[in-house]
Design a protein around this ligand. Structure first.
Ligand code: ADP
Length: 687
């Protein structure tokens, strides 16, 4: 306490002694006291104390001033004194009430607590670094300083193990605490906080555990002052209700002296904030992660789907490419009998556009087929049967007559799904005109061949029979034998040619392809050909120097040359020359009428021309002389032949991917032209 404070107290005490009694009596006379004389502690900051300039101030002082005003009391006087002195003054009527009185049962018996206006806990204060002390439990066996009038004193006293060190004021308690005289100080929160703040000790001390006891502070009046007690209670209630008390409270116990939360609680708060924050961050990260994962999963699905779509599209286009490249028409009919698919070739066979048929019933197609059929009735019966038994495989062949005659084969087959269930019907449409033609030609060949064979056979049989059955004169016998021999020779020729032809018919593989020097080959053939020429016919040979070598079957090529040369010889009168021209060709002559594809396939080529000046070939026979056994009638009786030589030539040339044809001006000149590609089958070119 300051010197000024002490002086003030002295003056106050004098005043108390001199004038107090007169004031009270005056107040009593008028009934309602227009003044209030309030006693209270001298030094109990922040409730009531003398400040630096000696003014009596504090929370309780301000509050009671307000209560006085609320009650309409004109003069409010404060008489700070030591507690005992205040109680005496109250008992003797020198003052009307005492503020900041801590509740005790004893006081409550002797006086009236008109109102309680503050509650505050008593807490355990320890030095910051004492981590071993965290609760009341930890104080067992420890020295603890405590104010004697604090309710905590009674509580701690009952705990035997605590070594109580009673102190008169807070300053003493903290002196002991800081010097190690005690391990803890237990005291009322608000006053202790105030003390710590004022003496700059807040940073060195912390509170631990929960409250040890609780103090209630109120205003004490004499028991005979029931009326005053009621009025004060009302005044306090008004101040409370109007919010004045709260304002004053905040003014005195604001931030500055708020209790420092115990370290553990502060740490705990930070731990909570940290853990909470971490959890929040973790949840955000987790949420984000989940979102990303979902996004990724969706992306993966999208990629997979795109790949699947691509695969399906590829499969579809592959299937489409195959189906569209088929030489057959393909149609699919759904179980309801509607056209579900048709490839371009199918539409072409049917003479309709794909889009005109898709989705239409199969009946539309039947109508179309019947319209062009050569034998409608037969086809109608077959189609009806097909319609009746959709799950039976069936083959229908018929002739269609449009711009030309076509042989068509329809192959109907049931389509089943993976489970084997009927899923519709498939239809393959084929143009078998060529197949049928080949078959016809084969049958014709057999019949002609047997006829051709029968002629010499008949002669042989006839003559030999005559010789066997009759005694013939020698010259006749000789003639018949010669005849038999001649016919047998003819028979052998025909059989040899037929064997050659059938061998060639069996395919390209029969060729023995080698590098052939064409000039040498010509010389060889010409030499042996000239040796068997009966008369001295002139052979005019023109061989270009650049004919070089080509990939070919040497023997077969000499057969071609031999056949053509022998025909030229056979069918031209004696004395007329025969020409043989060989040249290299880069491009075809326009009048050869070769297509672009043929040109690309054949050229560069070797051109071989056999020219004679004989009877020639009538124009209507020019294309027929290459078919087996075909002979121009004029030649049949006079000139020997099998009618197979040119057929063999044609097969050999075509097996070499070449072309052969004849041009003739009967009686003037006949030319057989052969073109042989110089490109080998492996694609290399020989010049
Ligand atoms: P052939 O054994 O009858 O000669 P080919 O197949 O060689 O049989 O010839 C078929 C037919 O073509 C001959 O019968 C003949 O009528 C006619 N022919 C072939 N070459 C000539 C030619 N240089 N001049 C006239 N007619 C020919």
């Amino acid at each position: 306490m300051t010197r000024l404070g002490i002086a003030w107290v002295a003056v106050a005490a004098l005043l108390l002694a001199a004038g107090a009694r007169a004031d009270v009596s005056r107040a009593k006379a008028s009934g309602e006291p227009s003044r209030l004389r309030i006693g209270g502690p001298l030094e109990m900051a922040p409730f009531a104390y003398l400040d630096q300039s000696g003014v009596y101030t504090g929370f309780s002082v301000d509050l009671l001033q307000s209560v006085g005003q609320q009650l309409g009391i004109e003069n409010v006087f404060f008489y700070p004194a030591l507690p005992a002195e205040s109680l005496r003054a109250l008992a003797e009527g020198e003052i009307d009430c005492i503020h900041s009185v801590r509740y005790t049962p004893e006081l409550a018996q002797k006086f009236i607590f008109a109102a309680f206006y503050l509650e505050s806990p008593s807490l355990i204060f320890v030095i910051q670094e004492r981590y071993d002390l965290a609760s009341l439990q930890d104080l067992l066996g420890k020295r603890v300083a405590v104010l004697e009038d604090d309710p905590a004193y009674g509580v701690l006293k009952r705990i035997r193990q605590v070594q109580l060190v009673p102190v008169k004021d807070i300053a003493r308690g903290f002196f002991l605490l800081r010097n190690g005289g005690v391990d803890a100080y237990v005291g009322e929160r608000l006053t202790t906080m105030r003390f710590l703040g004022e003496s700059n000790l807040s940073g060195q001390v912390k509170t631990v555990g929960t409250e040890v006891a609780r103090s209630r502070f109120g205003v004490l009046v004499r028991t005979d002052e029931q009326d005053l007690a009621r009025r004060l209670a009302k005044g306090f209630a008004d101040v409370e209700r109007s919010g004045i008390r709260e304002r004053i409270f905040n003014q005195w116990f604001g931030e500055k002296i708020q209790p420092q939360p115990p370290l553990s609680r502060r740490v705990l708060r930070w731990v909570f904030i940290f853990v909470g924050g971490s959890l929040l961050v973790a949840m955000i990260v987790l949420g984000w992660n989940l979102l990303l994962q979902r996004e990724l999963a969706l992306k993966a699905i999208a990629i997979e789907k795109a790949q699947l779509d691509k695969t399906i599209a590829e499969e579809k286009s592959r299937f489409e490419a195959i189906v569209q490249s088929m030489t057959e028409g393909l149609m699919l009919v759904d179980p309801q009998g509607r056209i579900a698919y048709l490839n371009a070739r199918g539409a072409q066979y049917l003479g309709r556009r794909v889009e005109d048929l898709l989705g239409h019933p199969l009946g539309v197609l039947n109508e179309h087929l019947l319209a062009v059929a050569a034998d409608r009735e037969v086809l109608a019966r077959k189609l009806e049967y097909a319609q009746q038994y959709p799950s039976n495989p069936l083959v229908i062949e018929y002739s269609a007559v449009t711009t030309r005659r076509q042989e068509i084969r329809l192959k109907l087959f049931p389509v089943r799904d993976r489970q084997g269930e009927y899923a519709g019907r498939g239809l393959l449409i084929e143009d078998v005109t060529h197949e049928r033609e080949v078959e016809r030609l084969k049958a014709e060949f057999v019949s002609i061949a047997s006829h051709e064979l029968r002629t010499p056979m008949t002669s042989i049989l006839g003559f030999s029979e005559l010789m066997l059955t009759q005694e013939l004169p020698r010259p006749l016998n000789q003639r018949y034998t010669e005849q038999i021999h001649k016919e047998a020779e003819r028979l052998t020729r025909i059989l040899n040619d037929m064997l050659d032809l059938s061998y060639l018919e069996s395919g390209e593989g029969v060729l023995e392809i080698k590098q052939v020097h064409f000039g040498e080959l010509i010389n060889e053939v010409v030499e042996s050909f000239q040796a068997q020429l009966k008369d001295r016919r002139e052979l005019k040979i023109s061989l270009a120097p650049d004919t070089g070598v080509l990939w070919a079957d040497r023997d077969k090529l000499s057969q071609v040359l031999w056949n053509l040369l022998s025909n030229a010889d056979k069918y031209s009168p004696p004395g007329k020359p025969v020409g043989l021209e060989v040249a290299r060709r880069e491009q075809p002559e326009p009048e050869w009428n070769l297509s672009r594809d043929e040109t690309a396939l054949i050229f560069p080529a070797l051109e071989l021309r056999v020219i004679d000046f004989g009877q020639g070939i009538p124009p209507d026979h020019l294309s027929l002389i290459f078919t087996p056994f075909h002979r121009v009638e004029t030649a049949v009786h006079t000139i020997r032949g099998t009618g197979l030589g040119l057929a063999i030539v044609k097969r050999i040339v075509e097996a070499h991917r070449g072309r052969v044809w004849a041009q003739s001006e009967p009686g003037v000149r006949t030319v057989f032209t052969v073109l042989l590609p110089l490109r080998s089958r492996a694609g290399s070119q020989e010049g």
